[in-house]
Design a protein around this ligand. Sequence first.
Ligand SMILES: *[C@@H]1O[C@H](CO)[C@@H](O)[C@H](O)[C@H]1NC(C)=O
Length: 232
Amino acid sequence: MGSPSVSTHRGLVHWQGLLLVVSLLNFWCLPATAQFAIVSTNVAEGKDVLLRLRNTPPDVISFLWYRGEGAKSNRKIASVSVPLRAFAKGPLYTGREIIYTQGPVLLKEVTMEDAGIYTVVAHLRNSKKEIGFGWLNVYQPVRRPTLQANSTTVTENKDSVVLTCNTNAVSTEWLFYGMNLQLSERKKLSEDRRSLTIDPVKREDAGYYQCEASNPISSAESWPLELHVQHE
Ligand SMILES: *[C@@H]1O[C@H](CO)[C@@H](O)[C@H](O)[C@H]1NC(C)=O
């Protein structure tokens, strides 16, 4: 539920699986004094997201949620009284938030402006309180990148070629015939991984190239670009 944006893409299933393992390990391995916190979460713009809590103390009588770091009354989203099951709006309530009596918040139709740090305060029965923080990361789905070469017909052992992946995504991977491209002395990526230089071009470099752009919630591949290699 913390990841309503789960897509069926193979890479994302892996990512989500990893997150699940990490959160289970946290759940089992942390000592009893573990810090109360909001579980930092990635979500696609426009989706709903559940901001979960971890290490929630026992005997909470109310949860208060705030945007930003710290419990500033003018930044309050809403609060919920656990015994009364009563919900109270704060100045930053937008009508898209629901606080459950167990503590988490459901935030509907997330916007880019919702990204950032959140604070939760749990008031306890013994008149103590605990404060927790966490991040909400909001991403736009990655657009299909475009792949260009400075020439698509080159001469073996003589020419070099530069392929450029046009994307603003966080990460870029390269594919040759749909498989991960093997880099070598002749095939190098730029530091930002958005351009591939093959110098010099060999016969075996002929074929279909793609780049794949991704961020934590989505990925997209370019259309294939065919490189033709002529004899010397
Ligand atoms: C492509 O660009 C690189 C770098 O500017 C250059 O060295 C190379 O000769 C170019 N290749 C072709 C086939 O134009």
